[in-house]
Ligand binder design. Structure first.
Ligand code: MSP
Length: 662
């Protein structure tokens, strides 16, 4: 039975805080599809949210001296603000730290364990901390994470495993029997050839070393693997397994789960396998869209430096050009499923070309002429010519075409169909030459029909645009005395609904034309100034850093008692990466026996991060923590230095992490 419900989901976002226009892509696309389905009178449930557990967050919070939740809360608020600015009409925002989700995940994990789908074993393999992914030796690319190319760390620990391997055949059959399940089609080959055919292995689904996660109820030293925690949001949000699962009963399975291409693997292999293990239906459709690549960072002519010349902050873009412009660009620019490039120029060209020239002009020309020739009152049509009938047929045919393309998840083509009508109407003005008709009193009737046809084209195109852009349509409809906020469906999208005699106001520009060259110059000037400021701040930071180093090098004479105040310990380098804001510092994650420490050390010029991983070092254990370039450094690693050569000091024989140096 074709249910009248429509459940659509975005992935839940990592609370990174550095949101750029690319992050808005999935959600704006889902919002347009959700709004479109609401206008088709479907009972829509649109879910989005945040993915808040895992080592990455734990570490970032620690660096800032905050608890994870203190660190996350403002970031989640920031994301919600962006969705507000972009008029994203989600029905529910789930946070994986929400109590009901935590309980839901715990219940699901126990359910899988009780069914024998999860078992306890020992994990040995490679872990990529930034991606929170485990990899086998054969999956590594040049010894590095195949997803992000960063170094991985060897790990061995007691873990629970999900019997993913046993679902390989069922997943292949799912792809075969339901070609709709994974789209676009090219992604099916990717999954089959890169992941399923080489052999699915059971998935490690718990960790004992990550504290910031959902505890396994029956074995509390384990926390649930972040991806299992995250994926199940799609059903815990509906109350699956809780006392009230009415939303789950009503909306599951999801009609559409939209995800970026890099996370298709999780959504079309691991996720359906979990659902199969739980004996519940898989989503109808998962769509893996392409990326919006941020392009165009140009060389500054004056200094030959690489500077960021693109504005990518969604809030700044909305402030500058409006919510409609940004939404329209995201929905229209990239052939759906492919990657596309964002530049300021491409955004400005879209605004000028489609919104200002095509749509804006049509509205201002038509409303100006109705005011000029008919005193601002819409005339009744007086009989249609073949030309009129051709345009009317296009106007009446747009809705089915838009619907067909939205059903096929081809949003840019759906929008393109609406703009075909807008462009056709503009051409109709050129063909009918109303300015000539207006001069001839005998042509008044003909002019009436032309004005009526134009007004109806505008009304129909504008109502159809409502799911895609959210501000301008109501404004445009108001010029025709229509309260757009009352239009909640497409019932009136039929030529001839507008009554002659309706008051028509002369439109103010809805999308003022932008002088692209001037605007780009202005942006470049602004971004260069920002770059200079950032450079200045970086210099000051480097100076402060140098001072800290100088201090370290000062060697006042001390007594033996003073020396013994220093506690030195052996530590194992578990992870190591460059400190983003510094050229000199490496951030080391150290195992010091029964605890983990983060230390920023000026080793970047002497060691590559991966060379240090696995090494034993000597840590000044009781050094007062200091913040270096945003990293709270909890100690200092001992090195030897001579003539610019720097090496770390290590125990002469292997000693366990935590051993005291005396
Ligand atoms: N937390 C995971 C998803 C878990 S879902 C159970 C995650 N989060 S994310 O914040 O990294 O990404 C959220 C969405 O933004 C993804 O769909 C991702 O593909 C999308 N995008 C992030 N940058 C993007 C572009 N530059 N272009 C298009 N989409 C991009 O993944």
């Amino acid at each position: 039975m074709d249910k009248n419900t429509f459940f659509i989901t975005t992935p839940i976002y990592y609370p990174s805080g550095n949101w750029h226009i690319g992050h808005c892509y999935t959600t704006v696309v889902c919002d347009a599809i959700a709004r479109f389905n609401r206008m088709l009178k479907k009972d829509v449930f649109f879910l989005t949210g945040t993915d808040e557990h895992g080592q990455k967050i734990e570490k970032k919070a620690q660096e800032k001296g905050l608890t994870p939740i203190e660190f996350i809360n403002p970031l989640v608020d920031g994301l919600k603000d962006i969705w507000k600015e972009l008029d994203v009409s989600y029905d529910k925002f789930i946070r994986t730290t929400d109590d009901y989700h935590v309980k839901g995940v715990q219940r699901i994990f126990k359910q899988l364990y009780d069914k024998g789908e999860i078992y306890k074993s020992e994990y040995e393999g490679w872990y990529c901390t930034p991606c929170e992914s485990f990899w086998t030796e054969s999956q590594l690319k040049d010894g590095k994470c195949p997803d992000c190319g960063r170094p991985v760390q060897k790990g061995k620990e007691e873990s629970y495993f999900f019997r993913l391997s046993k679902y390989a055949d069922r997943i292949l059959k799912l792809y075969e029997d339901n070609p709709e399940f994974l789209q676009p089609k090219s992604r099916v080959n990717e999954m089959v050839n890169n992941f399923i055919k080489p052999g699915l292995q059971d998935l490690c689904v718990s960790r004992t070393t990550i504290k910031w996660g959902i505890p396994v109820t029956f074995d509390e030293k384990h926390t649930v693997y972040v991806w299992v925690d995250a994926l199940t949001n799609y059903i815990t949000a509906l109350g699956y397994g809780s006392d009230d699962d009415s939303l789950y009963q009503k909306y599951w399975p999801a009609n559409l789960q939209m995800v970026g291409k890099e996370i298709v693997r999780f959504h079309t292999i691991i996720w359906p396998a979990i659902l199969m293990a739980l004996d519940i239906p898989v989503p109808n459709r998962v769509y893996g869209h392409g990326w919006l690549l941020i392009g165009g960072d140009k060389l500054s002519k004056s200094k030959g430096e690489n500077i960021k010349t693109e504005i990518t902050d969604p809030k700044e873009l909305v402030d500058r050009y409006g919510c409609d412009a940004l939404r329209y660009f995201l929905l229209r620019e990239i052939p759906f499923g492919n990657d596309g490039v964002y530049t300021n120029e491409s955004l400005l060209k879209r605004i000028n070309g489609d919104l200002s020239n095509a749509l804006g002009n049509l509205v201002s020309r038509t409303t100006a002429m109705i005011n000029q020739y008919f005193g601002g009152v819409l005339p009744n049509p007086t009989g249609y010519t073949d030309l009129d009938n051709e345009v009317i047929a296009i106007a009446n045919g747009v809705l089915p075409l838009v619907k067909k393309n939205i059903d096929a998840i081809d949003v840019p083509t759906a929008l393109g169909e609406i703009f075909k009508l807008i462009e056709r109407a503009n051409k109709y003005i050129d063909e009918t030459e109303p300015w000539k008709l207006g001069k001839d009193p005998a042509m008044k009737d003909r002019l009436s029909t032309v004005m009526y046809v134009l007004a109806e084209c505008i009304r129909i195109a504008t109502i159809l645009l409502k799911p895609f852009i959210t501000k301008a349509p109501d404004k445009i409809l108001s010029f025709f005395s229509i309260d757009g906020s009352l239009i909640k469906d497409f019932d009136t999208v039929k030529f001839g609904e507008l009554k002659g005699g309706t008051a028509v106001i002369k439109a103010e520009p809805v999308f003022p034309r932008i002088d692209i060259n001037k605007e780009i110059q202005e942006i470049e000037k602004m971004m260069t100034a920002r770059h200079k400021e950032a450079q200045k701040a970086e210099k000051e930071r480097a100076k402060a850093e140098a001072k800290v180093e100088e201090k370290v090098e000062e060697k006042p004479e001390i007594s033996i008692d003073e020396f013994f105040k220093t506690e030195l310990r052996v530590a194992l380098v578990k992870a190591c990466e460059k400190v983003e804001k510094s050229n000199k510092l490496l951030k080391l994650t150290l195992d010091v026996g029964d605890e983990e420490r983060t230390v920023a050390s000026g080793l970047a010029n002497y060691y590559k991060p991966e060379e240090l991983i696995g090494k034993k070092v000597i840590l000044v254990y009781n050094l007062k923590p200091a913040k270096l370039c945003g990293v709270v450094s909890q100690g200092m690693v001992l090195c030897a230095e001579k003539d610019g050569k720097v090496v770390i000091v290590t125990p002469e024989q292997d000693m366990p992490a935590g051993a005291v140096v005396c």
